[in-house]
Design a protein around this ligand. Sequence first.
Ligand SMILES: [Mg+2]
Length: 178
Amino acid sequence: MYDKLILIDMDMVIADFNDGFHRAWVEKFPDREVIPLSKRKDFYLTKDYGNVFKSDIVNILHSEGFFLGLSPLNGALEGFAALKKRYKEVRICTTPLRNAHSSYEKWMWVANNLSEEDASNMILCRDKTLIMADYLIDDKPNIEGLKTPVWKHIIFTQPYNIEIEGTHFQWGDNLEFD
Ligand SMILES: [Mg+2]
């Protein structure tokens, strides 16, 4: 018997999506402005950078190797291990991009950086409201879908969601949720 089932998002909670994007952006467009994470105001890169750059942003995110090349977020691997120790049942729950390699790369990333067991157990889905669990730790401010979620959303704190009301969490924080 387990205590609680925790879903945990991948990008900007475990994997440093923002850093991966910035590295690719600077390499491809060295003359363009880079918005540091601390200055990000919106969850979506296109909102912060502007729609004029949308196709360049999308091309980077969809490029092969993008997800596989991400670094773990600071403190995430240790934090994930601590969470698993406390709750036993912890599942990565992530939305792949609409292309053939994104799901594969996310699976491989989890196998390489966490464990094959975590990769086998991970949930790849577009609509997280369809998944039953006690908590979802996710940096996305508003998570909507077909259902009213049964889980409680714990906002993984990032500069672009700091103003959002709710229960916030970062690696290193107390793991007792209520
Ligand atoms: Mg995320």
